[in-house]
Design a protein around this ligand. Structure first.
Ligand code: A5P
Length: 226
C-alpha cells in the first residue's frame, strides 16, 4: 500500500509545471508528492504553493517549497490532494487526517483538483469510511443529536487523539459519523450544512477533475471525471 502511495505521489509531480502556483493537500500520499517536488525544486523547478494544513506547511518548508497564504493568491492553477474514499463519479470522503476545512477551501480556489490515492480508496459508494464533520466546540453535543435525528448516520463520535479531543488547525472539533452507505451525498452534505455549529463536511462533491490511482502491480491508473 505504501508503495502504491509513493508511486502515485511521484507520478503526480509531473502535473506540476514550472511557474505554477498550486495547492498542496494533506496526508500520507501527498507526503510523497512533497518529497518529489522538493527534489525537482533542487533541480530547478520553480513553484509556489498554498498548503492545506500546518503539517503540510511544515513538510513543504522542509522540502524547500515556497509557500504563500491563500489570501495572497487570486486562483490556483492546480491542487493535488489525497482522499479517504472515492466513488465512481469522483465524489469523495476526506478529512481522515483532520484537514478537510482548509482542503475544501483550497480545492474550491483551484482550476483543477487532482486526487492521488492507492486503489483501496476506490469504492462503489461512499460511507464505509466514517464521514468527518468539522464543528464548532460550543454546543457540539447539540450538533451530534441533530445529525442522528437527520436519520442519515447511525452512530457518531467525537474524534480523539491520544485520549485528548482532536483539535483541528482552525480550533474546531471533528465528529466522525458512521453512515454505512451514503446513497445521496448531495442531500447529506446540504442537510449537514443546515445544522448550526457545522463548519464543513468531509464530502467533496463534484470537485475532482481526475484521480491518479496507484495499483497493486506498481502501475498507475488515471480516472477522469470532467
Ligand atoms: C486529510 O484530512 C485528508 O482529507 C487526507 O486528504 C486524506 O486522509 C488522505 O489520505 P492518505 O493519508 O491515505 O493519503
Amino acid at each position: 500500500m505504501e508503495e502504491a502511495k509513493k508511486n502515485t505521489g511521484i507520478y503526480a509531480a509531473d502535473f506540476v509545471k514550472h511557474g505554477m502556483t498550486i495547492g498542496i493537500g494533506t496526508g500520507t500520499t501527498v507526503y510523497w508528492l512533497i518529497l518529489e517536488l522538493g527534489k525537482r525544486i533542487k533541480q530547478g523547478l520553480n513553484i509556489i504553493a498554498v498548503p492545506t494544513s500546518k503539517e503540510t506547511a511544515r513538510l513543504a518548508n522542509e522540502a524547500g517549497i515556497s509557500l504563500l497564504d491563500l489570501n495572497a493568491v487570486d486562483r490556483l492553477s492546480l491542487t493535488i490532494d489525497g482522499a479517504d474514499e472515492i466513488d465512481p463519479k469522483g465524489n469523495m470522503i476526506k478529512g481522515g487526517g483532520g484537514a478537510l476545512l482548509q482542503e475544501k477551501i483550497v480545492a474550491a480556489a483551484s482550476d483543477e483538483l487532482i486526487i492521488i490515492a492507492d486503489h483501496f480508496k476506490l469504492v462503489p459508494y461512499l460511507g464505509k469510511f466514517p464521514l468527518p464533520v468539522e464543528v464548532i466546540p460550543f454546543g457540539y453535543k447539540q450538533v451530534q443529536k441533530k445529525i442522528i435525528d437527520s436519520g442519515f448516520c447511525e452512530k457518531l463520535w467525537l474524534r480523539k487523539k491520544n485520549d485528548e479531543i482532536f483539535i483541528t488547525d482552525h480550533h474546531h472539533y471533528i465528529l466522525d459519523c458512521e453512515c454505512e452507505k451514503i446513497n445521496d451525498p448531495v442531500t447529506l452534505n446540504s442537510t449537514l450544512h443546515l445544522i448550526p455549529g457545522v463548519v464543513e463536511t468531509g464530502l467533496f462533491i463534484n470537485m475532482a477533475n481526475k484521480s491518479v490511482i496507484g495499483l497493486e502491480d506498481g502501475k498507475i491508473e488515471i480516472i477522469k471525471y470532467k
